[in-house]
Write a protein that binds this ligand. Structure first.
Ligand code: SF4
Length: 236
C-alpha cells in the first residue's frame, strides 16, 4: 500500500496511516511541494500484513487513514474492514471525499470540502466537487458518523465560500459538525493566514445554517510524544 508513514501517539492510543499522493492539486497544498520532489520508485511501502503487524505491537484504540486520497487499490478498499477485524480499533477516515474505501469498519468520516461552488472547486483543486458531494450524502445516508471541515484562505477561499459550504451541508443535515480551519502559510505562496477575528466571522456566518461550528488554526497543535512506527522521512 502507498503508505509512506505510520505514527503512534501513546497518549491517545491512536495511530495514523499516511498515504502518499492525492487526486487533487490544491493551490495551497503543503504536501504537493513535498510529493513533487519524491521519486516514488525509491520509496519503501509496507504490505497490508506489515501494517497490521506494526499496529498490533502498539494495540491502538483508533487508527486514522489520512493524507489526500490514495489510489483505490484492492488493499485500500478493504483496509477499514481489515483494521476492524485484526486490530479491533475505531477507524477514522480523513478524506477530500473523492474516493472512498468500502465503509465496512469505518467509524467516522472527516471530510474536507474545499469549495461548494463547482467552478471555484475546479480552480482550487483541479477537480469537480460533484463526486465529493455525492460521497458526503452517501456517508450520511449510511449512518456513519460524519464531520466536515473547510479551510479559510483570505482572498482565495473567503468567508463567502465558507457560507456556501455551510449552506450545502445544512441541506444534508444541520447537525453535522463543521470545522473552519485557518490556512497555514506555505512557503513560496502569496496567501496570508487569517487572523482570529476573520475565523470567528466566518464561523458566525456558518452558524446561520449549522448547529455545531468551531474554528481552529493549525498552529499550536501538540505533536510531542508522537512516535514513528514506519517512515520514509519525506518531511523536511
Ligand atoms: S486534498 Fe489535501 S493532500 Fe490533496 S492536494 Fe488538496 S490539500 Fe493536498
Amino acid at each position: 500500500m502507498n503508505i509512506h508513514r505510520i505514527t503512534h501517539n501513546p497518549k491517545t492510543r491512536s495511530c495514523s496511516l499516511y498515504f502518499i499522493g492525492c487526486n487533487f492539486r490544491c493551490v495551497c497544498c503543503y504536501w504537493k511541494q513535498i510529493y513533487g520532489n519524491v521519486k516514488l520508485r525509491t520509496l519503501k511501502f509496507p504490505t497490508m500484513d506489515e501494517v497490521i503487524g506494526l499496529l498490533k505491537k502498539v494495540n491502538p484504540r483508533s487508527v486514522s487513514i489520512l493524507s489526500g486520497d490514495p489510489v483505490p487499490t484492492a488493499d485500500y478498499i478493504r483496509l477499514p474492514r481489515v483494521l476492524k477485524e485484526e486490530i479491533g480499533c475505531k477507524v477514522r477516515l480523513l478524506t477530500n471525499g473523492y474516493i472512498l474505501p468500502c465503509l465496512d469498519g469505518v467509524t467516522h468520516v472527516s471530510m474536507s470540502i474545499k469549495a461548494a461552488d463547482e467552478e471555484v472547486h475546479k480552480r482550487y483543486t483541479g477537480k469537480s466537487n460533484k463526486r465529493c458531494l455525492e460521497n458526503l450524502r452517501f456517508v450520511h445516508r449510511n449512518g456513519i458518523e460524519l464531520s466536515i471541515s473547510s479551510v479559510l484562505i483570505p482572498d482565495l477561499l473567503d468567508k463567502e465560500e465558507i457560507e456556501k459550504v455551510a449552506k450545502l451541508i445544512s441541506v444534508v443535515d444541520a447537525n453535522i459538525p463543521f470545522r473552519i480551519i485557518g490556512y497555514m502559510k506555505v512557503d513560496g505562496l502569496p496567501y496570508r493566514e487569517p487572523d482570529c477575528t476573520e475565523l470567528a466571522e466566518a464561523a458566525a456566518v456558518a452558524r446561520r445554517y449549522l448547529k455545531n461550528v468551531v474554528f481552529s488554526r493549525s498552529k499550536g497543535e501538540d505533536y510531542s510524544g508522537i512516535i514513528d512506527l514506519f517512515t520514509n522521512n519525506l518531511r523536511r
